[in-house]
Design a protein around this ligand. Structure first.
Ligand code: ZN
Length: 285
């Protein structure tokens, strides 16, 4: 599923291509992505509207349109927004023709993605927490949140109402980078662990944005290219491979019904005594 870095990459790539353009045609190949209103109303409210801005909130993409409307898109599992694809796309669901004759094509294999129109985008995105790359995501804010939770720390990181945009892959990567076991109760984290987790969340997300997202499964950038972030994953989707720091085999467990990858040596399990630091002295053991 596209997470913050993937959605941020899509928005950054599309912004210069679509902002200022007007929607002059819509092809609906599948009505399922269209939420809350019928196809006719959807098309009527989009035709002739110009795209004033493009932004991301959590994992949502928000097209700000003329006439105070917003098109709010969530890609869910396998949705992709492609700009001027070279040939026909087998899983094309919606196509938007812009006034420079460019085409924005929405493809989705699993068909869980959603398109909503709303005057107030906030009504669609709902209650979303802090953006982890914004200034408001401070160490004290993370400490205050985790301190009140007894749920596993990984589950806490995935709660979109508290921190927006972190999903399964980047939670695993951030916890590994901080040397924290995903099953540790959130409130058991020590101040230095929270500091390490705060740093690692930002570092992992920033690096993934720089690498234009991770192409695990279907994610593609609007130009059709894959992202490179998964090439640098330490543990996520690397079950059975060697930990890059200590060579222990990376294992997969289930946390809150989500497949979770970790190094059992670098990320000490709850109930174990001292937390090992992976930052120094572990290689060669
Ligand atoms: Zn390790």
């Amino acid at each position: 599923m596209p997470e913050l870095p993937e959605v941020e990459t899509i928005v950054n790539s599309l912004r210069p291509r679509v902002v200022g353009k007007t929607i002059i045609g819509i092809v609906v190949r599948d009505t399922r992505p269209i939420q809350q209103i019928g196809v006719e109303e959807f098309c009527r409210r989009l035709m002739g509207r110009s795209i004033r801005g493009l932004s991301r909130r959590g994992k949502y993409i928000i097209f700000s349109l003329s006439h105070k409307n917003n098109l709010v898109v969530h890609l869910r599992m396998t949705g992709a927004l492609l700009w001027n694809p070279a040939g026909p796309e087998p899983f094309s669901r919606l196509e938007f023709v812009l006034d420079d004759r460019s085409k924005l094509v929405y493809t989705d294999v699993r068909r869980f993605g959603t398109f909503c129109l709303a005057r107030d985008a906030g009504k669609i995105v709902g209650k979303l927490g802090i953006e982890p790359l914004n200034k408001e995501f401070t160490r004290p804010a993370l400490a205050a949140y985790l301190g009140t939770r007894s749920t596993p720390v990984k589950t806490a990181l995935l709660n979109q109402e508290r921190i927006a945009g972190i999903g399964n892959m980047y939670a695993d990567e951030a916890l590994f980078a901080a040397g924290i076991h995903p099953l540790r109760p959130s409130s058991s984290l020590k101040p230095q662990e929270i500091a390490a987790l705060h740093r690692s969340i930002r570092a992992v997300l920033k690096k993934a944005v720089k690498n234009q997202g991770a192409s695990i499964r279907n994610y593609r950038q609007p130009d059709g290219e894959a992202g490179r972030a998964h090439e640098e994953f330490a543990v996520a989707h690397r079950g059975g491979q060697a930990c890059p720091h200590c060579s222990t085999t990376i294992t997969r467990i289930v946390v809150g019904q989500r497949g979770t990858y970790l190094c059992p040596h670098c990320q000490t399990a709850p109930g174990m005594t001292t937390l090992k630091s992976r930052t120094k002295g572990l290689t060669g053991q």
